[in-house]
Design a protein around this ligand. Structure first.
Ligand code: SF4
Length: 402
């Protein structure tokens, strides 16, 4: 540690280290300096200190599944490889409610604790599709936490069905919604949003929906899509807006940096962020977001090995088993589509950390010393899924699926 702290000095970050020691909050300018630091190990040493102050060697994961019930979406975010514009377009799909519920029924014997549902912004489904979906999922597994619908989806529902954001949240909550995922945040800065996701809800509304959800007793996460056209200043601005929300409500559980993936979308000429950049973003997130308990390295987006390294660069959470992910895999992610709990525990141990299985609210389900039986995927999900490779085109023909 002494060697690393001497690197902190040599990297010109001593004053920031002293601020952190004194429990002082880092400023916008501090954040920009952290991104400009040329020594990633010095930055990592600072972030790791903050990580270990909060969590020691603990590394969290959960036993969850992902479900994307439709990829039909009226928006056309430039970085998205998942969406199709209209129902019936090549590569588009919309599950029936029975198909959605079957995903859970197939896992009747499994001890999963969370379903994470996000969708495209489908213009033709009735609101009852979503409320019935939640009610059905709760009927099948009342014990499973429903983390569903990004703030962007909530805003879309409100506009489409003529309701207020609060009314939408209340009605979904009444149907079984337990918390909101963090997707849709991208980068809050107006300059970037106008260029990459102009036709979905803006930063202020995203944050106000999270604020409303917190007031209604729900917990939420915030993501940040990095590694495309955003500047360091815009990343720090994004983090500080999340930090300000957390100062007001305390309702955020985790901040989740999401690596931009360039395959099969309209930003495919840009390179993906490097592993070093990914580690840097996780480290700066830990240092700037002093009031958010968890920094998540979403292994699907970072790659497994980089996620392991990120556990020494500020991250304390790996998300979960996931088991069925489309959005990142359609954008070129080479990671597995899911992992067993045993595999996640193994990779945490191999990174020199202690695995703790948690539920969505970070209650501990399985400690580091307990042995787990494996959790294989159901047979229906082991076959390669052809829908990822159908060459479908959308809108202007610029964007193709994988
Ligand atoms: S990122 Fe979300 S809102 Fe944007 S096009 Fe893709 S599915 Fe639609």
């Amino acid at each position: 540690m002494t060697i690393l702290l001497s690197r902190v000095r040599d990297a010109g970050l001593q004053d920031i280290a002293e601020k952190l020691d004194a429990g002082e909050r880092l400023s916008f300018d501090d954040g920009v300096r952290l991104f400009a630091c040329s020594d990633p190990l010095a930055l990592g040493a600072l972030a790791n200190r903050e990580r270990e102050k909060r969590h020691g060697a603990r590394t969290y994961y959960n036993f969850n599944i992902r479900l994307e019930a439709t990829n039909v979406c009226m928006a056309s975010c430039l970085f998205c490889s998942f969406a199709r514009l209209r129902p019936g377009d090549p590569g588009s799909y919309t599950m029936s409610l029975e198909q959605v519920w079957d995903k859970l029924r197939q896992r009747a014997g499994q001890s999963l604790t969370e379903i994470h549902v996000v969708n495209g912004l489908h213009p033709e489904l009735p609101f009852e599709y979503y409320t019935d979906m939640l009610r059905g999922l709760k009927r099948i597994r009342p014990d499973v936490h429903l983390k569903c619908f990004t703030a962007v989806e909530i805003a879309f529902f409100a506009d489409l069905y003529g309701k207020s954001d609060e009314q939408v949240l209340r009605e979904l909550q009444e149907a079984g919604l337990d918390s909101l995922p963090g997707g849709g945040a991208e980068i809050f800065a107006e300059r970037v949003r106008r260029k990459i996701c102009d036709d979905k809800c803006g930063a202020d509304r995203y944050l106000s929906i999270h604020r409303l959800a917190h007031r209604l007793g729900m917990r939420t996460n915030v993501t940040m899509l990095y590694g495309h056209i955003e500047t360091h200043e815009e990343r720090i601005d994004h983090m500080l807006r999340a930090r300000a929300l957390q100062d007001d409500t305390g309702g955020l559980q985790a901040f989740i940096p999401l690596a931009f993936h360039p395959d099969n979308n309209q930003m495919r000429k840009l390179p993906a962020p490097s592993a070093i950049e990914t580690l840097r973003v996780h480290a700066v997130s830990r240092l700037m977001l002093d009031n958010v308990p968890h920094i998540k390295a979403f292994w699907i987006a970072t790659g497994v090995e980089t996620a392991q390294l990120a556990l020494w660069f500020g991250a304390d959470d790996l998300d979960g088993t996931v088991q069925e992910e489309n959005i990142y895999h359609m954008a070129g992610s080479k990671t597995p589509e899911g992992m067993t709990t045993r595999a996640i525990r193994r990779l945490i141990r191999r990174a020199g950390r202690e695995p703790y299985e948690r539920d969505t609210l970070y209650n501990i389900i399985v400690g580091p010393d307990e042995d787990l039986t494996d959790t294989p995927l159901p047979p229906s999900e082991r076959a390669p899924r052809a829908s990822h490779a159908n060459g479908a085109r959308r809108r202007s023909g610029v964007r193709e699926s994988a």
